[in-house]
Design a protein around this ligand. Structure first.
Ligand SMILES: NC(=O)c1ccc[n+]([C@@H]2O[C@H](COP(=O)([O-])OP(=O)(O)OC[C@H]3O[C@@H](n4cnc5c(N)ncnc54)[C@H](O)[C@@H]3O)[C@@H](O)[C@H]2O)c1
Ligand SMILES: O=P(O)(O)OC[C@H](O)CO
Length: 332
């Protein structure tokens, strides 16, 4: 039986740990707070992040990273993007030398403008072939209650991608393999920014035509950036692109969409943060790093730029909408 350590016990770390356990993988979770680890190991419930969801009795948890990592074939990184580097620096010496590192995070690091797989390679010194990413339309609570969904596991080493696929395939969770790590990561990070824009529109009282227009033009700018970075357009037309974009932009479960909705209703950044119930809305920081990354590749991303200006430069949502519609007309 293969062994996995899931580092991070938030909503997605917990839901994906359940998937792995249901697929027959031996899983130990690491939680930052002892009481969260105790709740998972003792009550088989993560009361803080996934209340009401019964976790498998085979799923164990600890607040000791070394214990979780001991003998792990798969190291699943489930902390927010902006804290991955500092956490990984601590964990790196405890990671087995042939372990596969799987990133669940959907963000671009501020400052360095690195994708998570690049951060992992830089911090651990691992060969890039040992690093995989998982991305797709995977709202944690829906997966946790076993509603069927698909995802993408991307790794340049197909043997490792297949091993992860086997370790996480269940009757409700269907992982597809892909070798396009860049495409999956760009799709995952950028859709959060577009979901913020959709939330802002919905919060302003705008309807489905507007949302569909934002999703579609959002996809256009995501593809532009992805292709500039070396991603395959087909990846962005798949689960890790369109699939995740549609799910996140449409769902009331999305923290990014909910955050944007509060801003669209006229709320402050602080009240918008409350809409995420203490969980991370990655797009709030990644809108700035995605915008900077796009600028360094001379890629135009007007929606991302507008989201950045609303979140970080005080632009009012209604003015952002006016400015977007006031841009010169052009061909599709
Ligand atoms: N929740 C989802 O539906 C979902 C689905 C797919 C991908 N993701 C991605 O997975 C990643 C993790 O998201 P999540 O939903 O589990 O987030 P979350 O906010 O629910 O939980 C984050 C976890 O990381 C921990 N954490 C926060 N800051 C930390 C720090 N500085 N050091 C160590 N631990 C820290 C928290 O205690 C918590 O256990 C994000 O990049 C997110 O975009 C989330
Ligand atoms: O709740 P969000 O906005 O972080 O989105 C969750 C997942 O990424 C959806 O696939």
């Amino acid at each position: 039986m293969s062994k996995a350590a899931v580092l991070g016990a938030g909503s997605w770390g917990t839901a994906f740990a359940k998937v792995l356990a249901d697929a027959g993988t031996d899983v130990t979770m690491w939680a930052r707070r002892a009481e969260v680890a105790e709740s998972i190991a003792g009550r088989h419930e993560n009361v803080d992040y996934l209340p009401g969801v019964a976790l498998p009795s085979t799923l164990t948890a600890t607040d000791d990273a070394a214990a979780a990592l001991d003998g792990a074939d798969f190291v699943v990184l489930a902390v927010p993007s902006q804290s991955l580097r500092s956490n990984l620096a601590e964990w790196s010496p405890m990671i087995g030398e042939d372990a596969t590192l799987l990133s669940l995070a959907k963000g671009i690091e501020t400052g360095t403008l690195m994708r998570m797989s690049q951060v992992i390679v830089q911090v651990t010194g691992a060969d890039p072939g040992r690093v995989a990413v998982l991305s797709g339309p995977n709202l944690a609570r829906e997966i946790a209650i076993e509603q069927p969904a698909a995802t993408v596991i991307a790794c340049t080493d197909s043997t490792r991608a297949l091993a992860l696929q086997k370790a996480s395939a269940t009757g409700y969770f269907r992982p597809y393999t892909n070798s396009d790590v860049i495409g999956c990561e760009i799709g995952g990070a950028c859709k959060n920014v577009i979901a913020l824009a959709c939330g802002m529109a919905a919060g302003s009282g705008l309807g489905d035509n507007t949302i569909a227009s934002i999703i579609t033009r959002g996809l256009a700018e995501i593809i532009r950036l992805g292709v500039a970075l070396g991603a395959k357009p087909t990846t962005l037309a798949g689960l890790a692109g369109v699939g995740d974009l549609v799910a996140t932009c449409s769902s009331p479960l999305s923290r990014n969409r909910s955050f944007g909705e509060r801003l669209g209703q006229g709320g402050s950044m602080e009240t918008a943060q409350e809409a995420t119930h203490g969980q991370v809305a990655e797009g709030v920081k990644s809108c700035s790093s995605v915008r900077a990354l796009a600028s360094s590749y001379d890629v135009e991303m007007p929606l991302t730029d507008a989201v950045h200006r609303v979140c970080h430069e005080g632009l009012v949502v209604q003015d952002a909408i006016g400015q977007l519609l006031g841009r010169r007309t052009k061909s599709e």
